[in-house]
Design a protein around this ligand. Structure first.
Ligand code: FMN
Length: 432
């Protein structure tokens, strides 16, 4: 196949409210010079018309398996042969279930079964449907067959509920599709060395309330932890992601538990045990206010729960600054690293440092009793909140400085190391 030849996408539109977004997706492909041929399921045609899809794709739209004209002209096998990539958007729960089980009872399902081309699915459904164990199984098994996923996003849904299940935005689907089109005619089948392994990942900051509107937190974006959760899931792991407050979508095929405070995070971690590995990438606040005011603290002196400050007497005199007394938060990394029957085989901590990176990180490795520390220098430009990271991996055997890479690349490298370590079982003996 000529790599410079114009690319062609076969777009399968399933039966969901999000089908209208498929029209925008067609426009994005066409604007980029990508040819689009659409298959519209019967249910899909309840939401968008073949006419609008056909007008935007500038091609005819295929709907029926047993259409004499269609079959004589192109045929269901030929449909997938002519495309470089199949995109299913929206991928309804029904379409996922049919594709996962090799069913071929309509044109869309038959084409999906007959294809040898890469397939990208953009699931869209009600949050309960998405979280149902049957859908989780179907997504897992499709991912095992090499199907790629984009989304779903989390947010308010047409049905009035809130959670993961909204179809990814057309731009995100377009970007994922263009990535697959650029990576060659046939995407390599995924390797899933972590199949049947359970992994726990923490990510993001914690937020320790001072009063109903204020709190102590930090600038962790959660991007590195989320990328790690996704990379581990791509390798086949059953991932529970325990996340502090961040504005990121739930990675595909990952179970996310949202928490706010360090104590809630520890509780959620305990509930997720037993796991084979734990990657503690969250930036957990070391301290929390001793007491949380039940009303917003006012600027005027004399807020009932707060003693006036002694640390800065000048400020006290001028502004009546309250003193917030802090107490230690639980140490989640040290708690999970404690020897015992529930200790994960591999515990990986993170150390965000601003100076003496390796020295501080090695000290943390020993103090916490974990197996590895991923240390990063957060003073480096673009690291905190950015898309890239520069990390050093410290183990009890030595250390490796990894070159600057995107957070996704760092995540994939770490996920592969975790898979190798679990396979060797090398960490088990001395760590427990
Ligand atoms: C108003 C309405 C909205 C629907 N939205 C969705 C949806 O967003 N996702 C989904 O999986 N199913 C949804 N369904 C159910 C599917 O349309 C139904 O399961 C259908 O059989 C799926 O067909 P398909 O395999 O062609 O996609 C909806 C049904 C109705 C009546």
């Amino acid at each position: 196949m000529d790599p410079s030849a114009p690319k062609r996408v076969l777009l399968i539109v399933g039966g969901g409210i999000a089908a209208y977004k498929a029209l925008e997706l067609v426009r994005l492909f066409r604007r980029a010079g990508v040819g689009v041929r659409a298959v519209l399921t019967r249910a899909g045609a309840e939401f968008v018309t073949p006419l609008s899809l056909g007008a935007l794709s500038e091609d005819r739209v295929f709907t029926e398996l047993f259409s004499l004209t269609d079959e004589q002209e192109i045929g269901h096998i030929e449909l997938s042969r002519q495309a470089d990539l199949l995109v299913v958007a929206p991928a309804s729960a029904n379409l996922l279930a049919k594709a996962a089980n090799g069913m071929a009872d309509d044109l869309a399902a038959t084409v999906l079964l007959a294809t040898d081309k890469p397939v990208l699915m953009a699931p869209a459904m009600n949050v309960r449907m998405w979280l149902h164990p049957a859908t989780v199984r179907n997504v897992d098994s499709l991912a095992g067959d090499g199907v790629r996923f984009v989304g779903p996003d989390e947010g308010a849904m047409a049905c009035g509920e809130f959670g993961p299940g909204r179809m990814a935005e057309p731009q995100a689907i377009f970007t994922a599709a263009m990535g697959l089109l650029a990576s060659g005619p046939v995407a390599a089948p995924p390797v899933r060395p972590l199949k049947s392994r359970r992994v726990l990942v923490t990510a993001g900051p914690t937020f320790e309330p001072i009063d109903p509107v204020r709190g102590l937190s930090n600038r962790s974006s959660g991007k590195q932890g989320y990328a790690i959760a996704e990379a581990l899931a791509e390798l086949g792991a059953e991932v529970t992601l325990i996340s502090g407050p961040v504005d990121l979508p739930t990675p595909t095929a990952v179970r996310r538990v949202k928490v706010v405070t360090a104590s809630q995070m520890l509780e959620a971690c305990r509930a997720a045990l037993p796991v084979d590995a734990a990657v503690m990438a969250a930036a957990v606040s070391d301290w929390r206010p001793e007491r949380v005011a039940d009303r917003k603290l006012k600027k005027e002196a004399g807020a009932p729960e707060i003693r006036l400050g002694v640390a800065d007497r000048k400020l006290k005199k001028e502004a009546g600054a309250p003193e917030i007394r802090l107490v230690r938060n639980p140490d989640i990394l040290a708690t999970l690293s404690q020897p015992g029957p529930e200790r994960p085989q591999l515990v990986v901590g993170f150390a965000a440092e601003t100076d003496h990176l390796e020295e501080h990180a090695r000290d943390k490795l020993v103090r916490k009793g974990c197996n590895w520390i991923v240390a990063n220098d957060v003073t480096r430009p673009g690291v905190l909140g950015g898309e890239e990271n520069v990390v050093t991996l410290l183990t009890h055997e030595g250390e490796e400085a990894w070159p600057r890479a995107t957070k996704v690349e760092v995540a994939r490298r770490l996920a592969e190391r975790i898979a190798a370590a679990l396979a060797e079982g090398s960490e088990a003996g001395d760590a427990r």
